[in-house]
Design a protein around this ligand. Structure first.
Ligand SMILES: C[S@@+](CC[C@H](N)C(=O)[O-])C[C@H]1O[C@@H](n2cnc3c(N)ncnc32)[C@H](O)[C@@H]1O
Length: 218
């Protein structure tokens, strides 16, 4: 999968544009809801970070934010760094070129007040969905937020979306917001973690990311 090419879809696809707009709005709402003081954010499989970057432009809490964006594809990391630099936000956004499935990627930044996992669940199998949601207790602060997306325009993806919602509810997350893009393609949702955050384990694999969504078992 060429993820650099995939990002060009943001220019062409109305559905992806609509998804981005909802994600930015939900990030902005979470920042508004965070208590005063520092706000730690981590983004898993962050791409070029345009969701977070867009939300931080002109947001009143931007000066409180320290974010780490973990992305494997070097070209996207370069683009993200350049965009952050251009927006004067390089000191707020730390792009890490690395593997977001490993606990070590989040050392020193978790538990975070906001965990962003957009464009992730579509590449995570049923068993790995359980694993990822279970492991969010290492990443998310008690009272913190988790934003996620999932395509939801056919039977399988709808089923998976419902499974994600049920698993989050079973793992002490409560739904804050659930929206679907106007043409019905993507769900964008915010949950709040009401459980205890657990100490981050060393060198733990938190989930598997599959490049080939078509081969998944949901
Ligand atoms: C569907 S895109 C989503 C990108 C971004 N979050 C967004 O919503 O625009 C998935 C991203 O995951 C990245 N990725 C895949 N495996 C990864 C891994 N193990 N660690 C970090 N990033 C990964 C890809 O390079 C790609 O940028």
């Amino acid at each position: 999968m060429d993820w650099f090419e995939w990002h060009k879809g943001y220019r062409k696809s109305p559905a992806l544009k609509a998804r981005l707009s909802l994600v930015r709005q939900q990030i902005s709402d979470c920042l508004n809801a965070c208590p005063s003081g520092k706000i730690h954010v981590v983004s898993l499989c962050a791409g070029d970070g345009r969701d977070l970057l867009g939300a931080l432009m002109n947001h009143p809490r931007t000066g409180d934010v320290n974010a780490r964006l973990v992305e494997l594809e070097g070209q996207l990391v370069e683009c993200g760094r350049a965009a952050a630099e251009g927006a004067g936000l390089a000191d707020r956004l730390e792009f890490v070129e690395g593997d977001a499935t490993l606990s070590s990627a989040y050392e020193g930044m978790v538990p975070a007040d906001l965990v962003v996992g957009c464009g992730v669940f579509g590449h995570v199998s049923a068993s790995q969905t359980v694993r990822l949601i279970h492991n969010l207790s290492f990443l998310c602060n008690s009272g913190g937020f988790f934003i996620w997306t999932r395509r939801c325009n056919d039977r399988e993806s709808n089923l998976h979306t419902n499974t994600i919602q049920n698993l989050l509810a079973e793992s002490a997350f409560e739904e804050v917001c659930f929206e679907v893009t106007p043409e019905g393609k993507f769900a964008v949702s915010t949950y709040r973690y009401l459980g205890e955050s657990l100490p981050l384990p060393n060198d733990q694999h938190l989930f598997d990311f599959s490049e080939f969504a078509g081969a998944l078992d949901w």
